[in-house]
Write a protein that binds this ligand. Sequence first.
Ligand SMILES: Cc1cc2nc3c(=O)[nH]c(=O)nc-3n(C[C@H](O)[C@H](O)[C@H](O)COP(=O)(O)O)c2cc1C
Length: 329
Amino acid sequence: MVKIDQIELGKFPLLLAPMEDVSDPPFRAVCKEGGADLMYTEFISSEGLIRDAAKSLQKLDIFEYERPIGIQLFGGDIDNMVESARIATRVNPDLIDINYGCPVKAVACRGAGAALLQDIPKMVKMTAEIVKCTHLPVTVKTRLGWDDATRNIVEVAERLQDIGIKALTVHGRTRVQMYKGDADWTLIGKIKENQRMHIPIFGNGDIDSPAKALEYKNRYGVDGVMIGRASIGYPWIFSEIKNFVERGELISPPTIGERVRVTRKHLDFSMKWKAGRLGIFEMRRHYSNYFKGLPDFKPFRTRLVESDSYDEIIEILEEVSGFYAEIAA
Ligand SMILES: Cc1cc2nc3c(=O)[nH]c(=O)nc-3n(C[C@H](O)[C@H](O)[C@H](O)COP(=O)(O)O)c2cc1C
């Protein structure tokens, strides 16, 4: 049984990655149903939270059925990170996660996210202060290092464990790599080989199939995997991986009816969550993912993303259901 402090996560937990503008409550609802064992909010700016910025505050909204769920924070100033961790603690998530991995300029060039990989003493101090200020378990998500010359995650993992984090997720790329090239899990495996490590280590980067998840589990010995991009429009990835890892079974891909049902669920929640039309707009980026691989889907997609009317979108989805059911038959 893998545990983060007292949180029991099963034998080989599958984590939904924090993803800005993706991992909101509507998306999390479909991933929870899809079988994610632990989920995170999108990253939340510590400065934004302290300023009461509405967008940051809305990201704190979590629901009972989502548990266990972590709130992810980022920032470059230790006092602000501590203050924002106190604010997040009041919302009562199951854990607080610190982002030391975000590579984008707007974050890393302001001393936050992956920038802390260039200043390990500050990263350690920031983490220690956050661990002290909250009764909740604190976890960290980071990368292998800043660049190829500083792939120091094995040492960093030990130092973070020593000051009290309860789990670590490592994305197998450096900051300089951004999202390019293949993720390299070799050092993640090395963390697991370190006899001193006892907290759960989760691997992240490029998991997109049951076979790959099992292969990486066996090869690198990780306690679980975190899945990001492969879950967008395909929340079935969690149950597919779980069935394969636990029972060696490959379950059939979702039927068209199932794809439409889950797309509708996502849309309906988006409408509630984003108050109407904004929910319609936000769903537009998801349709092609939900229906990936279907032949000649483009005209349907064009109509779905051009419509401003909920009723019309539902009608188009029903058409999609009928059209592809016939093709499959
Ligand atoms: C659209 C998008 C937004 C992301 N936002 C965050 C974020 O808010 N916090 C974070 O720690 N990582 C973020 N990431 C990185 C992912 O959590 C994950 O580490 C990365 O996508 C690699 O995993 P994957 O190959 O399974 O997608 C984001 C990635 C994407 C694609």
